[in-house]
Design a protein around this ligand. Structure first.
Ligand code: BGC
Ligand code: ZN
Length: 353
């Protein structure tokens, strides 16, 4: 079968023939793979922790939707079911053994298509039932968004923990008086803004430049505001929408200081982007974090429950939030250039097998 293969420690990706070892597990035919920054960093050899499962090659791909074509006896799945596989697999620490490998304490886990386990950018793969999440049979290509959306569901979980420090809800019991600002207009940024919007927040999505019309369409349809932070019109924007929750999907220290500066007292900051760009000017941000009682959390990966919530969100909000507009390009496995070059106006590019 064909697979997209990288050699950790080297740049580049190749579509090549690999063999598939038969296992007494569920056999899945890959329908779609999503491509994200992590895949591009792997192909560019700029992600430090990438490692093969065996030998010196790794099959790429951690975002996938597939169709079951063979089931072992006594499986709860049947042929034809649509599933999304989980990325991270547990090691032996206490949290891993509790199904919370997303909070692994010793790094003894593997991640499909990233570190220590072959990924899903291939025609077929075998999988344990335990690491599969059932998706609506009618979901179609937006099922490829289950994996990136599970990260957002973990953000929601972390947010809820922080929110419960004090009475944080509005005086009508909703979140309608609260503002969430999402920094970054890539797929995680757009998905987070839709999920937090569905929870009742006023949502503002932020970038340092005007955004392409297709992103604008999605956010306007969903009554999400856009703010171009290069315009320096912060006070006007903050008057229209306060900042009570900030989500950094860009991974920039500049965003971090902007959030600390502009967020309200008792605000919550969720850091998701890992790019590590920008810089902090001086230590005055420390005073603000303390004085405003801010809660700040780094969030990575998610649990099985977050995948289930993601699959549910995507099928329920499919029509309402026009999820299809998030998939901005469908490519063939042969189109390996998409790993080096972002197609124009990309939100999420997918590969169709
Ligand atoms: C995936 C996570 C993973 C992280 C780091 C992200 O792209 O969505 O599940 O933990 O990369 O490897
Ligand atoms: Zn990803």
């Amino acid at each position: 079968m064909k697979a997209l293969v990288v050699k950790p420690g080297n740049r580049g990706v190749q579509l090549k023939e690999v063999s598939l070892q038969v296992e007494n597990k569920i056999k899945i035919k890959t329908l779609y793979n999503g491509i994200c920054g992590t895949d591009r960093e792997i192909v560019n050899n700029s992600l430090p922790f990438v490692r093969p499962e065996k030998g010196n090659e790794l099959i790429l791909g951690h975002e996938a939707l597939g169709k079951i074509i063979e089931v072992p006896e006594n499986s709860k799945y049947k042929v034809g079911d649509i599933v999304a596989p989980m990325v991270r697999r547990p090691g032996n620490c206490m949290l891993c053994r509790m199904g919370r490998q997303d909070y692994c304490i010793d790094g003894d886990f593997v991640e499909a298509g990233i570190r220590g386990k072959d990924g899903f950018m291939r025609e077929y793969f075998y999988e344990d039932e335990k690491y599969l999440v059932q998706v609506d049979n009618e979901i179609g290509e937006i099922g490829a968004l289950v994996e990136p959306t599970k990260n957002v569901m973990k953000m929601v979980e972390v947010f809820s923990h922080f929110k419960n420090r004090i009475a944080w809800d509005c005086d009508d019991s909703t979140l309608n008086c609260k503002g969430a600002w999402v920094f970054g207009t890539g797929s995680e940024g757009v998905l987070s803004s839709l999920v937090f919007k569905s929870m009742g927040f006023n949502v503002t999505i932020v970038n340092r430049h005007p955004i392409p019309e297709n992103v604008l369409n999605i956010i306007e349809k969903n009554r999400i505001n856009f703010f171009d932070s290069s315009t320096n019109e912060w006070s006007r924007a903050l008057k229209e929408n306060t900042m009570d929750l900030a989500i950094d999907a860009a991974g920039s220290a500049d965003v971090f200081s902007e959030a600390i500066e502009h967020i309200n007292y008792n605000g919550i900051i969720i850091m998701f982007g890992t790019a590590g760009t920008g810089k902090l000017e001086n230590g005055s941000f420390i005073t603000k974090i303390v004085d405003k009682n801010l809660s700040i959390a780094g969030v990575e990966d998610g649990s099985k429950n977050h995948y289930i919530q993601a699959a549910k969100f995507l099928s329920e909000y499919n029509v309402k939030y026009s999820m299809h507009d998030i998939i901005t390009g469908k490519f063939k496995p042969e189109d390996t250039w998409i790993f080096n070059e972002k197609p124009k106006n990309e939100i999420k590019s997918i590969i169709e097998w």
